[in-house]
Design a protein around this ligand. Structure first.
Ligand SMILES: Cc1ncc(COP(=O)(O)O)c(C=O)c1O
Length: 473
């Protein structure tokens, strides 16, 4: 059984296995670990014994014993009237370094709420697993592989990534089709430079979408042209009219509107690519987080001859790991490897080996299962809070990923609301931030983009209330 608590307290996932011995010891171990690795910060208040017992469906006496034990060991403190709080633990060695990186104990003014798009839960990064994997990599990587890498990247990682992509994303690539890169953006840079060398000069980009990609396309020598996105994703009829022979899109969860590309649009898109001898560049950035059903498969599995699929662990693990992949049809693969080879001598070999080990031992999947529940709980709180503050039907794109779009009341200025929210300690991006800047751009309703990957449930509540106040002026 798994429970996330967060009602008025910190969020934490507690998993109990009723077949696996003492429930009290299981809770104790998980709380100790959460306090040690700072998922519960000093000063944070734990739920009352009654509340936690209710949430976990166990006897209150068991929770009382757990708290008493943790109190005796110095992990928590308790004072009359203020309940049980996480203690400040003297932190030896690595703990000390780690502690200095995490937010300090709450002060009287709460920390600002940051709905920045695209950041995963940094407090859930599986550092213990990562340090296991790095240590294992240093012990097992053959000496010969401590030199410069194969230009396409570690063969081991390419095998593991493509097996993962086939299993989880319904792709059909093998290691021969894959290039390891330092994240999506680097892969995009290499892919677009290669397409430009193949004479593809115009690329369609989603509007709204991340505007840095316009600049990356221009630097590759391509002309970026906007194609509108609606509630079915990219408008393929408008893509046809654009004259582009390449398109970059986010089919599993559009960035930033959150819609998934509709089934008939997926077929139309593939047909378009065949008709114009075109290329689809698929940004598969957060497809693993789908809440209502299995994620839709990667377009690469539908037509591997026309799709360049780009993936990364920036959302699933952490941006700091900075590894990603390009899966490309044979005619582009050599060019992409060449771009990579001329721009650097590759990605760090030990990190590539560590990622391969993390994925093939099931630790990566286990981490995804754990964070998916955290995001699901945050998403539910977001939906409730928005429904309460703004009424029903105002949130779009909640079926997947870690961001959603809040449709503001008609007539509001999204920029003014974002500014007013900032003055209340809530940072959020207006949808306009993602618009292609042309005079004839089609107007979209006022909206804000809410990234909820790296904000706690408490912060979500506070943030939405702040935005609601900002909307009222
Ligand atoms: C739309 C989109 N795709 C992909 C990524 C991942 O990029 P990278 O792997 O370079 O961190 C991001 C990161 O925020 C993103 O917003």
């Amino acid at each position: 059984m798994t429970v996330t608590w967060g009602q008025g307290g910190p969020d934490l996932l507690v998993a109990l296995d009723r077949e696996a011995g003492s429930l009290g010891s299981q809770i104790q171990d998980q709380l100790r670990q959460a306090i040690r690795d700072q998922r519960l910060s000093p000063g944070e208040r734990l739920p009352s014994t009654r509340r936690l017992a209710e949430l976990l469906g166990i006897a209150r006496g068991t929770v009382v014993e757990v708290y008493e034990q943790l109190l005796a060991e110095g992990y928590v403190e308790s004072a009359v009237g203020s309940g049980t709080r996480v203690a400040v633990i003297p932190s030896p060695g690595a703990m000390a370094q780690r502690a200095s990186r995490v937010p300090s104990a709450p002060t009287s003014s709460p920390r600002p709420v940051d709905f920045e798009y695209g950041i995963p839960d940094l407090r859930s990064v599986p550092l213990t697993d990562w340090s296991w994997a790095i240590s294992k990599a240093t012990q097992t990587l053959p000496t010969a592989q401590l030199g410069d890498e194969d230009a396409a990247g570690s063969r081991h990682l390419r095998d593991v990534i493509t097996a993962y992509h086939r299993r989880v994303r319904a792709g059909c690539a093998t290691a021969e089709d894959a290039v390891v890169v330092s994240g999506f953006r680097q892969g995009l840079t290499f892919a677009l430079a290669t397409l430009a060398r193949h004479g593809i000069r115009r690329i369609a980009l989603e509007d709204p979408g991340p505007r840095e990609h316009d600049l990356i396309a221009q630097r590759a020598g391509m002309e970026p042209v906007p194609v509108p996105v609606d509630d079915q994703g990219l408008n393929v009829d408008r893509l046809r009219e654009s004259g582009a022979r390449a398109v970059l899109l986010t089919p599993a969860h559009q960035c930033p509107t959150g819609v998934a590309l509709g089934p008939s649009r997926r077929r139309d898109l593939i047909a378009w690519a065949d008709q114009v001898d075109g290329v689809i560049v698929e940004d598969d950035y957060d497809a693993e987080f789908r809440y209502d059903r299995q994620p839709v498969g990667s377009l690469q599995g539908l037509n591997s001859a026309r799709v360049i699929a780009l993936g990364s662990v920036s959302k699933t693990l952490a941006p700091a790991i900075r590894l990603g992949w390009v899966l490309a049809p044979p005619q582009f693969l050599h060019g992409i490897v060449k771009e990579k080879h001329l721009s650097s001598r590759g990605a760090p070999g030990l990190d590539q080996e560590a990622l391969a080990l993390l994925m093939e031992t099931g630790r990566f999947d286990r981490h995804l299962r754990r964070v998916r529940e955290i995001y699901r709980a945050r998403r539910d709180v977001l939906a409730d809070e928005v429904a309460h503050a703004f009424g029903p039907g105002r949130l779009q794109g909640l079926a997947a990923g870690c961001h959603a779009m809040l449709l503001l009341p008609t007539g509001s200025s999204e920029r003014a609301v974002a500014q007013a929210a900032a003055s209340r300690g809530v940072r959020v991006n207006p949808l306009g931030h993602y618009r292609f800047q042309t005079e004839d751009a089609e107007p979209l309703p006022p909206a804000l983009v809410l990234g909820f990957g790296n904000v706690t449930e408490q912060e979500i509540r506070r943030g939405i209330r702040g935005i609601a106040e900002a909307t009222r002026g």
